[in-house]
Design a protein around this ligand. Structure first.
Ligand code: NAG
Ligand code: NAG
Ligand code: NAG
Ligand code: NAG
Length: 432
């Protein structure tokens, strides 16, 4: 097994020098005098909303099941024995999905490839444990940008030969997949916080964007906290988010106006041609958040349109439009659209030969938004970072969007385009 005994030993030695008495599991470091009768995790978390994970405790171990990645993580206190009832998936396993992964906690030297994990780590005050990040990982938080700038960037290993993935119902029907893992061994890192279930015994998937409700997203701070024995801190932070969320919801529930919101985008290719328009399905957490702000989310499936007039009639009942377009760059990649891009992408004026705009309440009311108000020069947006955890602040944005008569401009994450609210471009130099 691939436990980082060297780290535990180093931490144990330094802990021994500073704190010769019994060490609580919630403090940073390993236990020196293991006592099988002791509960090493007096502070516990549980997920009470549709978060996508559940957690159970024994005296010296935590069992977390991530129902979104399908993985099970067994965390046991450093300096205590590994639970005997578990069989971690071997590092060279060809199994696709449902891995059982084992790590020792608390985390003290980890790699980042997850924006929401970065936000939760900052909220928990565990930044000093971030010791590396994935080569292409970008964050908005100025101080995390600054920290990552001075740290090693890790690669992914693509195993050879490729694994053979078996479809569940036929062993002969297979296709090749590559075995991917983060290259963390030479740096002595404990694990990588990432997004997907992977054939990597030391990667942990963090998935608040797939939680089914708003407070379920915020509960991922508890998930991260379990890796640091910071359950008490997480419970306190979450309780604050929950009570502010519920207070906001209670005050907006009386609103009699039920404006309709939908997600749409234009599909532009690199040569500048708009091939069509799409309406996106609203995810359950977003529909719930909008409803809690007194709004009504468009409830249809994702639909694509070739004809502008068909698209315009489909969105003609929307009071508010949330844009999800990307503005393609000629040589690949995409940049953040501004209002002028939307005007041409959707044909909101007559200059392009179409003029359906006056029949659209979202245009008439200047109620068109994107969730990229806080963005980094490396194209990360805080939407995938702090927004995933701070559901109370997000609901605050929805409430402002719901009550504005000509476009809210004082939102945190949602940028009003017709009113030309500028993007708040953040860089490491903004770290104060
Ligand atoms: C550890 O947990 C105990 C019991 O919950 C608590 O009294 C103590 O303050 C915690 N210590 C730290 C450093 O968080
Ligand atoms: C097996 O998989 C195929 C393709 O995914 C599917 O069409 C078929 O219904 C499956 N059969 C059974 C028995 O599950
Ligand atoms: C732009 O690209 C699209 C498809 O990629 C193509 O159909 C169209 O003809 C191109 N237009 C121009 C002006 O090159
Ligand atoms: C990020 O945005 C810049 C400027 O718009 C662009 O040049 C670059 O290609 C983008 N990067 C990615 C990875 O899309």
């Amino acid at each position: 097994m691939i436990f980082k005994t060297n780290i535990c030993l180093a931490a144990a030695l330094s802990a021994l020098m500073l704190l010769p008495t019994t060490i609580h599991a919630n403090e940073s470091g390993c236990v020196t005098n293991y006592d099988s009768s002791k509960d090493y995790f007096p502070d516990k978390v549980k997920s009470s909303y549709a978060s996508g994970f559940d957690i159970t405790y024994t005296k010296n171990a935590k069992y977390i099941h991530n129902t979104i990645s399908g993985e099970t993580y067994v965390l046991y206190q450093c300096g205590t024995p590994a639970p005997s009832d578990i069989s971690p998936t071997p590092a060279d396993s060809l199994q696709v999905g449902n891995w059982v992964k084992v790590v020792t906690v608390p985390g003290s030297k980890i790699a980042l490839d997850s924006a929401p994990a970065s936000a939760a780590i900052e909220l928990l005050g565990a930044q000093s444990t971030v010791a590396a990040s994935y080569k292409y990982f970008a964050v908005t938080s100025p101080c995390m940008q600054k920290q990552l700038d001075g740290l090693p960037r890790i690669q992914q290993n693509f195993g050879t030969p490729s694994n053979r993935r078996r479809r569940s119902n036929s062993s002969s029907d297979s296709r090749l997949v590559r075995r991917v893992s983060y290259d963390i061994s030479t740096l002595g890192l404990q694990w990588t916080f990432t997004t997907y279930g992977m054939n990597d015994p030391l990667s942990i998937a963090v998935n608040p964007e797939d939680a089914n409700d708003m407070l379920g997203k915020a509960e991922w701070i508890k998930f991260i906290a379990a890796f640091y024995n910071k359950e008490a801190e997480a419970n306190e932070i979450f309780a604050g988010i929950e009570s502010r969320y519920n207070a906001l919801r209670a005050s907006s529930a009386s609103s009699s106006t039920k404006k309709t919101v939908g997600l749409a985008r234009y599909n532009k290719v690199a040569n500048g041609t708009v091939l069509g328009w799409s309406i996106d399905q609203v995810q359950p957490w977003l529909a719930q958040g909008l409803a809690d702000a007194g709004l009504s989310a468009y409830s249809g499936d994702t639909t694509s349109f070739r004809s502008a007039s068909d698209f315009y009639s489909a969105i003609s009942g929307w009071d508010i439009l949330i844009d999800t377009s990307g503005e393609p760059l000629p040589h690949g990649g995409a940049t953040i659209p501004m209002w002028s891009n939307l005007v041409s992408g959707y044909g909101f004026t007559s200059s392009g030969g179409r003029d359906y705009a006056k029949s659209l309440p979202a245009v008439d009311n200047s109620a068109i938004y994107r969730s990229d108000l806080i963005s980094s020069y490396k194209n990360a947006t805080d939407y995938s970072e702090h927004l995933q955890i701070q559901a109370d602040v997000l609901l605050g944005d929805f409430v402002k969007i719901a009550s504005a008569s000509s476009g809210a401009k004082d939102t945190k994450w949602y940028r009003n385009l017709p009113q030309n609210v500028p993007v708040d471009w953040v860089s490491a130099s903004d770290c104060k």
